[in-house]
Structures are given as structure tokens and as C-alpha cells.
Write a protein that binds this ligand. Structure first.
Ligand SMILES: O=c1ccn([C@H]2C[C@H](O)[C@@H](COP(=O)(O)OP(=O)(O)OP(=O)(O)O)O2)c(=O)[nH]1
Ligand SMILES: [Mg+2]
Length: 153
């Protein structure tokens, strides 16, 4: 595995005493991030849940906020903006947006692992505006133009 990229992190007052986001296993892609507050999510409700953390991600990287599959499968709790984008120049509190798609209220307790953070490299694009684009076999076909979900023969 490549060497870890160092990311500066600051605990906010309400994040004191909480474990830092961490990889649950050696090969984990995402670090589980903890809630810094108790939140009750009614069916259909969403909330920006505090983590008590502020970050300075190195330039050239982002952090993606992804749902945890266990919460999604067992409780229908997910991240509506997945993957959430944490920009390298953001210095505010990292918040995890959660939505309850289930039929029952869901209680999040301070210290619960609510989502996972994936560090990813970012390449910025620059536009080259042109009059014509090159032709391809696909052309303007999309949205199922190659045969939908049926098996390839
Ligand atoms: O799940 C998320 C998504 C975003 N953010 C923070 C970090 C991110 O850098 C900033 C802006 O996010 P985004 O660009 O997704 O939101 P926007 O609606 O475009 O807001 P803005 O105009 O501030 O960019 O908000 C979070 O804390 N959690
Ligand atoms: Mg934005």
C-alpha cells in the first residue's frame, strides 16, 4: 500500500474526547467517522451531523464522504449527497449529511460511526472550447442505447 498522505486535523471543542476517524481494518478504503452529537432522525428526515473536526486536506486531494453499507442495509440510513465532497480549502466543520429512508426513527449517539471518509486525488480540468467534436461509434447514444440491462449475447 502507498504511504499515507498526511492530513492536518483540528478538534473543535465539542469534538474533544472522541476517537479520530480510523480505518477499521488494514485494507479499508475509508476511515469511519464518528458523530459528535446525539441526533434523532425521524423517517424521511435529514440532518447535517457534527463531527467536531476541521481539516486542511493537502492541495491536489479531496475527501469523499460515503455511506456505511451496514447502516444503509439494516436501517436505510444513507448520505443523500454521496459521495460528499470535502474541498482542500474548506476549513469549517466537517459535517455528515444523513437521511433516513426507513419507516422507523433512527437514533444516532455521540461516538457512533456514521459514514466513511475516502481520501482521493483530484485533477482539475481546463476547457478547450471548439466548434466541432471528433466523431465516435457511440456518438450521442447513451442512457441504455447499447441494450439496457439485458445480457450481452
Ligand atoms: O457532506 C459534506 C459536503 C460538504 N461539506 C463541506 C465541505 C465542502 O468543502 C463544503 C462545500 O461542499 P459542496 O461544494 O458540496 O457544497 P455546495 O452546496 O456547492 O456549497 P459551496 O457553495 O459552499 O461550495 O461543505 C461537508 O462538511 N460535508
Ligand atoms: Mg461547492
Amino acid at each position: 500500500m502507498a504511504e499515507a498522505v498526511r492530513v492536518k486535523l483540528r478538534r473543535l471543542p465539542h469534538g474533544e474526547g472522541l476517537a479520530l476517524p480510523a480505518y477499521a481494518t488494514d485494507g479499508a478504503a475509508g476511515m469511519d467517522v464518528l458523530s459528535a452529537e446525539d441526533v434523532e432522525l425521524a423517517p424521511g428526515a435529514r440532518a447535517a451531523v457534527a463531527t467536531g473536526l476541521a481539516l486542511a486536506i493537502p492541495s491536489g486531494y479531496e475527501i469523499q464522504v460515503r455511506p456505511r453499507s451496514g447502516l444503509a442495509l439494516k436501517h436505510a440510513i444513507t448520505v443523500p449527497n454521496t459521495p460528499g465532497t470535502i474541498d482542500s480549502d474548506y476549513r469549517g466543520e466537517l459535517k455528515i449529511i444523513l437521511i433516513n429512508h426507513g419507516h422507523e426513527s433512527f437514533a444516532i449517539a455521540r461516538g457512533d460511526r456514521i459514514a466513511q471518509l475516502v481520501l482521493a486525488p483530484v485533477v482539475q480540468a481546463a476547457w478547450d472550447e471548439v466548434e466541432e467534436l471528433d466523431e465516435t461509434v457511440r456518438g450521442a447514444g447513451g442512457f441504455g442505447s447499447t441494450g439496457g440491462h439485458a445480457k450481452l449475447a
